[in-house]
Design a protein around this ligand. Structure first.
Ligand code: SF4
Length: 261
C-alpha cells in the first residue's frame, strides 16, 4: 500500500508530466510500446531527463504569417531545457499551495510572446496560462483584434509560474526567484516582440516600477527584443470602457506593424 503522502506526490508529478507533454505539443499520452521513443521522462524527484537526440521544439513546425526573421534561435538551449531545469521547483514559497507549475504554452518559435503576472485558479488547475476569464479576453484580443492564431502565432507565459494564494500579487522575493526562468524562456524563444500585460509584468521586465497607465503603448527593449507595454486583460475586464478597449487595440496594432515589417 502506497502511503497517502507518497501517492499525492506521485500524482502531482504525473500531472506535471502530462501538462509538460501537452505544452510540448503532444495530443495523447504514449503507451508502453512508445515509451522507448519518449523524448522526455519524469523522475521521482520531479526533474526531467531528455532521452532523445532532438529537443521537442525542433520537431514542431513553425507556422507564422510573418516574414522569417532570419535570426539564429538557439534550439539547443530551448524551452525544453528551461523546463527541465525548473523541474519540480521549490525555489520560492509559491510552491507550497500550487497544484501545477504553469510554465507557458504556445508556439516555441513564435514571433510574439505575451507575459502576464501569474496563474489564477483555472490556470493552476489546468496547468496552462490564461485559460480563465482573462485568458478568454486575451484570446479575443489575439484572434479578433489581431487576426492571429493564439496557439500557432504566440507563446504565453507569466512572471511567476505558480499561483499566488488567493490570487494576491506575487511578492518581490517570488518574482526574483522565478525571473531567471522567464528570462531564459524569452531568450530561448527570442521573439520579434514581447508584450508585457499589466504593471507587474512591465515592471519585472524593465526592472523599475512602471506606471502602466502612463507608459502603455510605448516601445522598450528587453535583452535585444522589442517590448510593448499594455493593460492586463483582467484590468480590461474590470474597467471595461471604450477608451481602455481602444487603447489595447491601438497597442496591438503597433505590435502587428512591427511583426509584419
Ligand atoms: S513561482 Fe517560480 S520560483 Fe517560485 S516555486 Fe514556482 S516555479 Fe519555482
Amino acid at each position: 500500500m502506497v502511503p497517502d503522502t507518497e501517492r499525492a506526490l506521485l500524482l502531482q508529478q504525473l500531472k506535471n508530466y502530462l501538462v509538460f507533454l501537452r505544452e510540448s505539443g503532444h495530443t495523447h499520452a504514449p503507451l508502453n510500446s512508445e515509451l522507448s521513443e519518449l523524448p522526455v521522462i519524469a523522475t521521482p524527484s520531479g526533474t526531467f531527463h531528455d532521452s532523445s537526440p532532438q529537443p521537442l521544439e525542433s520537431q514542431m513546425t513553425p507556422n507564422s504569417p510573418f516574414p522569417e526573421s532570419g535570426d539564429n534561435r538557439d534550439l539547443s538551449a530551448g524551452l525544453t531545457d528551461v523546463r527541465e531545469e525548473l523541474g519540480d521547483c521549490q525555489r520560492c514559497k509559491l510552491c507550497e499551495a500550487r497544484q501545477t507549475i504553469v510554465f507557458g504554452s504556445g508556439n516555441p518559435n513564435a514571433d510574439l510572446v505575451f507575459v502576464g503576472e501569474g496563474p489564477g485558479a483555472d490556470e493552476d488547475a489546468q496547468g496552462l496560462p490564461f485559460v480563465g476569464r482573462a485568458g478568454k479576453k486575451l484570446t479575443e484580443i489575439i484572434e479578433k483584434g489581431m487576426l492571429l492564431d493564439r496557439g500557432k502565432d504566440t507563446y504565453i507565459c507569466n512572471i511567476v509560474k505558480c499561483r499566488p494564494p488567493g490570487n494576491r500579487d506575487p511578492e518581490k522575493d517570488e518574482v526574483e526567484a522565478c525571473k531567471p526562468f522567464l528570462i531564459k524562456q524569452l531568450k530561448a524563444i527570442r521573439p520579434k516582440v514581447i508584450v508585457a500585460l499589466g504593471k507587474p509584468a512591465a515592471s519585472t521586465l524593465l526592472g523599475r516600477t512602471v506606471p502602466i497607465t502612463k507608459e502603455r503603448g510605448t516601445w522598450h527593449e528587453f535583452e535585444g527584443m522589442k517590448l510593448m507595454l499594455t493593460y492586463h486583460p483582467a484590468y480590461l475586464l474590470r474597467a471595461y470602457t471604450k477608451e481602455n478597449r481602444q487603447a489595447v487595440y491601438d497597442d496591438m496594432q503597433k505590435v502587428l506593424e512591427v511583426l509584419k515589417a
